[in-house]
Unconditional design. Structure first.
Length: 228
């Protein structure tokens, strides 16, 4: 039997949100952002268990105010994050030991649909690595340090990658461990496997699958919740 694990990352500081508390504990319609994220994976028939990665000093708060408060099940482990997202992922991956497929997902991305989870798993099984995302709506330009444009990228081939990013467990664990040994830093997990020449299949996510990053995302997030 295949075992599929979701590693949910919630150990960041949320500095761009400029709130008093970590952004994933801020509320949308009276419930914490992280609750919605966890609920999506708990309710998915494609997910067997969840590893939650939280900051050391927020472990108790999170257990009490999110996990216990909303009866979140399927939690296999709650582990401590690191000082970078990459470190947090590796801690989560180690705790996910025993699964065949792992989905790595931002705790701050609460509106992921079940079809996105389903497709990510399907493509990870076929190709070893997959990530969802959307076509860029904006024209993206390059700006130099003096503020001048140095060019425009071709919008037709630009893809804004989201999470979940889904992998065969052996592939992603090996790549992350190698990245530590070779001192390679990456801002997301597809970059890590690409670095070691693995192909990553990109498939359609959703414009609703936003990451809550800055204060205006809270306003958009409430509207997305209304529409769901
Ligand atoms: N994350 C993590 N451990 C870190 C850094 C980030 O688990 N050391 C998680 C965050 O909690 C978030 C996700 O990775 O769910 C995406 O990161 P981001 O949106 O950048 O969140 P923060 O790093 O918390 O925010 P900021 O960069 O504004 O400080
Ligand atoms: Mg960050």
């Amino acid at each position: 039997m295949n075992n599929t694990c979701a590693v949910i990352l919630a150990a960041g500081k949320g500095s761009r949100m400029r709130a008093e508390i970590n952004k994933q504990f801020l509320k949308l319609k009276e419930k914490p952002i992280l609750y919605y994220t966890l609920k999506s994976f708990c309710e998915s028939e494609y997910i067997d268990n969840i590893v939650l990665v939280v900051a050391k000093n927020e472990k108790d708060y999170c257990s009490k105010n999110v996990i216990n408060e909303y009866n979140i099940n399927k939690i296999k482990a709650i582990v401590e994050g690191g000082s970078t997202r990459q470190e947090s992922v590796l801690n989560g991956l180690r705790a996910a030991k025993g699964c065949d497929i792992v989905l790595i997902h931002d705790g701050a991305r609460p509106f992921v649909q079940n079809s996105i989870i389903e497709n990510g798993i399907k493509y990870a099984k076929t190709y070893g690595a997959s990530a969802c995302g959307v076509n860029s709506k904006d024209t993206i330009k390059l700006r130099d340090s003096n503020g001048f444009s140095t060019g425009t990228l071709d919008r037709n081939i630009l893809f804004c990658v989201q999470t979940p990013q889904c992998f065969r467990y052996d592939v992603i664990l090996k790549c992350h461990e190698r990245a530590v040994l070779e001192d390679i830093q990456a801002t997301d997990d597809t970059m890590i496997v690409e670095r070691f020449n693995h192909k990553v299949y990109l498939y359609d996510g959703s414009y609703n699958n936003i990451k809550i990053t800055t204060p205006e995302d809270l306003i958009i997030g409430e509207k997305i919740l209304d529409s769901m």
